[in-house]
Write a protein that binds this ligand. Structure first.
Ligand code: ZN
Length: 225
């Protein structure tokens, strides 16, 4: 906490002057083009690893970067936060891309991998049921992930599972079919501070290095890509 307070003082003195015009402009409104869905984990820092600025990302963060499927029979009251962000992002903001970003050494995935039945915290045990499908998906896991530890393979499978959950929302499906929305699966490797993107063509997570970034940038230019 002390670090945060000192950080505000440092920001006001050293950083704020350079951002004053940007924030004055942003006070008039935000126009992010990307909805970023990530885990609450303190080590996942999109502003740092994707060099994003204020106004770039609409962000949803929760334990395990999970999306409760739309219309699921076991949906509970109080689990509308993610759906509300999807609605707001697509209806009120110019969102054209949604990124589900998982990460290595995820505590939620470790707990899920050990079995939800063993989790003593009732809310966590209930919330993580949205990852049950990820566990089932692990059996048919991506071949190139075989070298990873089980919880990390699960974390990658979970990114793909949550992308499928996103597609249960009619608004998302409609926008995708109209070529106005793209979904992406990212995975942040904490130890190496590397970011991977799931390539549907290759059926694997691909390191976003200079060369692959060039391919992704070209693809981003294509309408409906
Ligand atoms: Zn996590």
């Amino acid at each position: 906490m002390k670090k945060l307070i000192r950080g505000i003082v440092d920001f006001r003195k050293n950083v704020r002057p350079g951002y004053k015009d940007i924030f004055a402009q942003l006070a008039l409104g935000q126009r992010p083009d990307t909805l970023f869905i990530a885990c609450s984990d303190s080590r996942v820092v999109p502003n740092l690893f994707a060099s994003s600025d204020p106004g770039d990302l609409l962000v949803v963060r929760n334990v395990g970067n999970l999306i409760p499927p739309c219309g699921a029979p076991d949906r509970r009251s109080g689990e509308d936060s993610e759906a509300a962000a999807i609605e707001f992002g697509l209806r009120s903001l110019p969102i054209t891309d949604i990124i589900v970003c998982g990460h290595s050494e995820c505590g939620a995935m470790m707990a899920l991998a050990q079995g939800r039945g063993q989790i003593e915290s009732p809310f966590l045990k209930s919330w993580l049921r949205h990852g049950d499908g990820s566990l089932r998906r692990l059996d048919s896991a991506i071949h190139s992930d075989a070298h990873l530890e089980r919880h990390n393979r699960l974390s990658r499978a979970n990114v793909l599972e949550q992308m499928e959950h996103l597609k249960t929302y009619p608004l998302i499906r409609e926008r995708m079919e109209a070529g106005r929305l793209r979904l992406h699966g990212w995975w942040f490797d904490i130890k190496e501070a590397d970011v991977y993107e799931y390539s549907a063509e290759e059926g694997k997570f691909h390191l976003i290095d200079d060369e692959y970034a060039r391919i992704l940038l070209q693809r981003a230019e294509l309408p409906g890509a």
